[in-house]
Write a protein that binds this ligand. Structure first.
Ligand SMILES: [Zn+2]
Length: 320
């Protein structure tokens, strides 16, 4: 990652707005809400994180919410995938953007006509500030329970502090998960079923979420493929994460093999989402549907990974 440009005003405004707004009624326990509210109040974004966010303006750029397919909706900022899956038994939200994005996400959900208090669960793809940053506030305002891959629960509760790759550079308001999932676990909310696929590497609890959405009797498999990138990661001799290479290899194979009609991601551009949306808006009704979408993403990520691994191995042997 590269973080050296600073345009801080927009972000600080967004953060201020996020703190200024009164909470909506919520159905979660008052203890949860108090804990979440205090983690919001205590959170101070360090300069390292302000710079990183300023370097990616799309992470805080407004995006009109819209229907992706059936009961699946896009509610995030332009550059960070936040997905709402609705059902008569309650709704599910996946991820929460960077700290400061929650107000925009909440406004997008309301714009679509859904109620924040009907959100039952907030799932997290992985415990990094650009996907978990808004979750504490979203919990406060919805009363939803947070569900995350088991190996990321501690990182989520620490608010990203002591990250194996980033140390304390990118914290976020801490979140206590109500439940954790392991590979293959299914979550059921009425007729809505979401399956957790463990795709470790980018984080150890990195989780890809899959579910089915239907429209006019045509049911498609949607997959929010969590990040498979390794930006600046130590792949050779990583004492904090000795199995990192094997985990990535497992995840590339796992994602490539998933049934997948519509590929989504925490970084939507990584699965060419916006290109497909643009084609659909121009009249190609099926532009988002591509059974090779997940496999292609896994292939591209694997290629970059292998190149970086070869480079680190060559650097390692040349310094011996
Ligand atoms: Zn990440």
């Amino acid at each position: 990652m590269r973080f050296w440009i600073s345009t801080l005003l927009l972000l600080s405004l967004a953060v201020q707005c996020a703190h200024a707004k009164p909470p909506a009624p919520a159905h979660g326990s008052s203890a949860n809400r108090v804990a979440s509210a205090s983690s919001q109040a205590a959170f101070r974004m360090p300069e390292s994180e302000r710079k990183a966010i300023a370097d990616y303006p799309s992470w805080t750029a407004p995006q009109e919410p819209f229907r992706i397919y059936g009961n699946t909706w896009y509610v995030g900022p332009r550059g960070l995938g936040v997905y709402l899956i609705t059902s008569p038994s309650g709704h599910v939200l996946i991820d929460g953007g960077v700290p400061g994005d929650a107000a925009m996400i909440e406004s997008n959900i309301r714009k679509l006509g859904f109620k924040l208090r009907d959100i039952h669960w907030i799932l997290n793809t992985h415990a990094h500030y650009d996907h978990a940053g808004g979750i504490a506030r979203l919990v406060r305002d919805t009363g939803a329970e947070v569900i995350v891959g088991a190996a990321d629960a501690d990182a989520l509760a620490r608010g990203g502090i002591d990250d194996p790759e980033y140390g304390d550079l990118y914290p976020f308001p801490p979140v206590q998960a109500a439940r954790t999932v392991r590979d293959g676990e299914r979550l059921q909310l009425g007729k809505l079923v979401l399956t957790a696929h463990a795709t470790p590497g980018h984080t150890q609890g990195n989780t890809t979420w899959a579910w089915q959405s239907c429209r006019d009797g045509r049911c498609l498999q949607l997959v929010d493929v969590s990040s498979l990138s390794a930006p600046g990661y130590k792949l050779v001799g990583n004492r904090q994460y000795p199995d990192i290479v094997a985990d990535y290899e497992h995840s590339f194979a796992m994602v490539a093999a998933l049934p997948c009609d519509i590929a989504l991601g925490p970084h939507p551009a990584a699965v060419h989402f916006w290109k497909r949306v643009a084609a659909r808006n121009k009249g190609d009704a099926n532009a988002l549907v591509d059974a090779t979408g997940c496999r292609a993403y896994a292939g591209e990520a694997r290629e970059s990974f292998e190149a970086e691994l070869a480079k680190q191995r060559a650097d390692g042997s040349s310094t011996k």
